[in-house]
Ligand binder design. Structure first.
Ligand code: MSP
Length: 542
């Protein structure tokens, strides 16, 4: 174990110290909408990290859920002509179904209308009040129901036909009502110190700079209760007020791990390792939430990553334009693992990206069908035809004579590189590293031409095919978090036991000129090969 002062910040952030535990959260989704690609994207990123950490020997708690209170939800329920509870029950179910259809591996699904959460939200309120951070006043100012956020006059833009909008484009309305306030203005210095002491707290870096300059610009006290509608958590001891939906919603992250009971099981998970969010809600997670936590005397989460937004064929996605991309529709058209791969490969994570049918097809036919699918197909069908449908018998003395062994060495060294990328949430770079190996492997098949070795050097053919199968085993293990179904299909075709698929079974040999102790066992019978990623033909679907 390294000495305490040698432990780098990254290690702490990523749960590498002490017992390996990792708590990751997605935002909780407003139930006024049907789930769309943006929702699927945030949780997918969490899912890949959660699966990766589990395979890497961590105990993981992965939380997602729905944000069910607030004016926006109350309005949507009334437009649907039903009670908000009935409305939220219905729409929350869509998000639970999305988790199933996207193959998310969340350990919990929280709903803010649950009793456990109402207790926690009221408890944090009481704590902030007892600690002297809440006072009663009255709010006069602008509010955007769509964002459930207060805005300063200076942040707004006048519309040509009258009215004002927030920077997000949401319409604002003037609000005047009695309100409790949180003394946010007093947290400017503590927040700036915290950012300085924890340089990895906000990512990517450009977003970190934005947050710091926002906080440096000065903070006003925050209105944290409303009286003009009813759908929310009642303020303790003053039921004329309900809690501001963001204070209520942010608390979900501690509710789910047992707050207000701050026992061993709570401290096992809290503080969370990572809150994954979209760029639009970074301020709530990087400014308000840490201030609330400091005010309540609690530890602050270790990191928040703000990803970018998707457009659809170059246009902003919006319900009113009618260009929402529904996850189920694209899963049906392109396939689940294809969609999971595309979303994390197409765009550097953190940047905005454009979803287009053309780009999706290029990824499926290029990376998945030509590179990965073809490699598996070529190797497995050659083995099926020429090695009696069994794992080839390599020869210890001559297996290193073929350049493809170099690719195997690289594949044995892949995991630490991928781990580093995942810990930085650089999914696209992690996939690029894997594809470098896949492309090398395809190239070495052409060079080694095992089909011609069959006559001239049959042992050489077995050596080459064995080496390629071992390369496939290694990247299929590493790709499981990204494409769970396709990877397990590949590992099935290599006859790798189900219990031998976590990262410890990569087992890089101590000397890269050797094979892993967990390498494929020659002579093991293989199932009949089947294609993994078929080409996508534009005319066949849509
Ligand atoms: N309820 C709040 C979050 C509370 S967390 C304590 C909320 N909900 S939301 O349903 O509006 O949005 C949730 C997430 O979806 C955000 O991270 C947001 O960035 C993401 N996306 C919504 N549209 C998106 C795109 N078009 N592209 C990518 N992500 C987008 O905010």
């Amino acid at each position: 174990m390294p000495q305490e002062d040698e432990i780098t910040l990254d290690m702490r952030v990523n749960g590498m110290t002490g017992d390996k535990k990792y708590y990751i959260t997605s935002p909780i989704y407003y139930v006024n909408d049907v789930p769309h690609i943006g929702h699927a994207y945030t949780t997918l990123a969490c899912d890949v990290i959660a699966r990766f950490k589990r395979l890497d020997g961590f105990e993981v708690h992965f939380l997602t859920g729905t944000d069910e209170h607030g004016q926006k939800v109350e309005k949507s329920a009334s437009a649907a002509g039903i009670h908000p509870q009935e409305f939220t029950d219905r729409v929350s179910k869509n998000f639970q179904d999305l988790a199933v259809s996207m193959n998310f591996s969340n350990d919990d699904f929280i709903r803010t209308t649950e009793k456990r959460h109402i207790i926690a939200a009221q408890a944090i309120w009481k704590k902030l009040k007892d600690n002297g951070h809440i006072y009663l006043g009255s709010y006069e100012g602008w509010y955007a129901v769509r964002d459930e956020a207060f805005y300063d006059e200076s942040e707004l833009t006048e519309l040509e036909g009258g009215g004002k909008v927030a920077p997000s484009g949401a319409e604002v309305e003037w609000v005047e009502e009695p309100s409790y306030f949180f003394n946010l203005s007093e947290w400017q210095e503590p927040l700036l110190n915290f950012y300085q002491e924890n340089p990895d707290f906000i990512a990517p870096k450009s977003r970190r700079n934005e947050v710091i300059s926002f906080v440096k610009g000065g903070l006003r006290d925050l209105s944290i209760s409303r009286t003009s509608f009813k759908w929310g958590v009642p303020v303790p001891d003053d039921t004329d007020h309900i809690m501001y939906v963001w204070l209520d919603a942010l608390t979900n992250y501690i509710t789910a791990v047992g707050y207000p009971v701050e026992d061993k099981s709570f401290s096992k998970w809290w503080p969370a390792n990572l809150h994954m969010v979209g760029k639009d809600i970074l301020r709530f997670h990087a400014v308000y939430w840490p201030a609330f936590l400091m005010g309540a005397g609690m530890d602050i989460h270790k990191r928040v990553f703000a990803h970018g937004w998707w457009t659809n064929e170059g246009k902003k996605i919006s319900k009113s334009v009618g260009n929402i991309i529904e996850p189920n529709e694209i899963i049906e058209t392109y396939g689940l693992d294809q969609v999971r791969y595309f979303l994390l490969r197409e765009v550097p994570f953190g940047n905005d990206g454009d979803f287009s049918r053309r780009a999706m097809m290029n990824r499926i036919n290029g990376d998945l069908a030509n590179d990965l699918g073809n490699l598996c197909q070529r190797v497995l069908s050659m083995v099926n035809k020429n090695c009696g449908g069994k794992i080839p018998n390599y020869e210890e003395e001559t297996i290193r004579d073929f350049p493809v062994f170099q690719t195997l060495k690289e594949a044995y060294s892949l995991l630490p590189k991928i781990r580093e990328k995942i810990d930085k949430q650089a999914f696209h770079e992690a996939l690029e590293e894997v594809w470098r190996i896949i492309r090398n492997a395809n190239q070495t098949i052409d060079e080694a031409a095992p089909w011609s070795l069959k006559k001239t050097n049959p042992q050489g053919m077995e050596n080459v095919l064995y080496t390629l199968m071992e390369v496939i085993r290694l990247f299929a293990i590493i790709l499981q978090p990204f494409m769970p179904d396709a990877s397990s299909k590949i590992l099935d075709q290599l006859s790798v036991d189900l219990e031998n698929r976590n990262f410890s079974f990569i087992g890089p040999p101590p000397n890269l000129d050797l094979l892993s102790e967990f390498a494929l066992k020659p002579d093991t019978i293989l199932p009949k090969p089947e294609g993994v990623f078929p080409r996508f033909l534009e005319s066949s679907k849509q």
